[in-house]
Design a protein around this ligand. Sequence first.
Ligand code: ZN
Ligand code: ZN
Length: 305
Amino acid sequence: MELIFLGTSAGVPTRARNVTSLVLDLQHPTRPGVWLFDCGEGTQQQLLRTAFHPGKLDKIFITHLHGDHLFGLPGLLCSRSMAGNAAPLTLYGPAGLAEFVETALRLSGSWTDYPLEIIEIREGVVLDDGFYKVTARALNHPVECYGYRIEEADKPGALDAAALIADGIRPGPLFQALKRSETVVLEDGRKVNGKDYLSAPLPGKKLAIFGDTAPCPAALALASGVDLMVHEATLETAMEEKANSRGHSSTRQAALLARDAGVGELIITHVSSRYDAKGCEALLAECRAHFARTRLADDFARFHL
Ligand SMILES: [Zn+2]
Ligand SMILES: [Zn+2]
């Protein structure tokens, strides 16, 4: 899995940072997919500066309907169609997402030539395809806003081919069945169970991608034990009250959540436009004082997990 940040600024773009959007490239061997989380204005322009094009996206998750997370969506949907992409696309987001998208398309005389499904979510599991489970939790923001927990299913362990050959089993289609933990019958009548030749399953990755939020009880469940947590840190610790009054978090609050939830790594994003590069360094230092494994996302930063 890889995360690529397309925008990391809160509210308005700056010269260095566009408004919120990030790509999650699943990089799964049998279930490839590229997902987008939020789509602030200018996201398609940012996307052009990466290896991803809109046709590669198969799912878009919107955390909430504030413009800095949403206003890039109609343009991106239309460009995806004009480029001739026929692959279906599914949108997930709060109530009102369908009305926003359908109204923007209708009033602008636009349409999509690909199947577009819009799923207005509630708290709970919003997707489970056997490879990935995505759970949404309501956060604390002036408008309906969700965070997403993405859990990858465990991957089967590696097949010990050398041991199979040593036991007189020749490589071939049989190996594929054994890799799927199936029991096969050999020509000589022997029964062989794939489980006896597989190493332990590889644990799937877990991550949490937050929308805008002041601290709230749901945050802990959303982030508990994930390998990687993406959380806003709109303002510095000294401005915590102001941040919370507008439904945002301070650096300290994001870091303490990461610590309490036992996450592997914290990535902070959605920083106020008041901070220049030096100011952002200070935000990062504030987080690291409470949670050392913190990194700050810049536009086009990539994080592998
Ligand atoms: Zn925002
Ligand atoms: Zn917001």
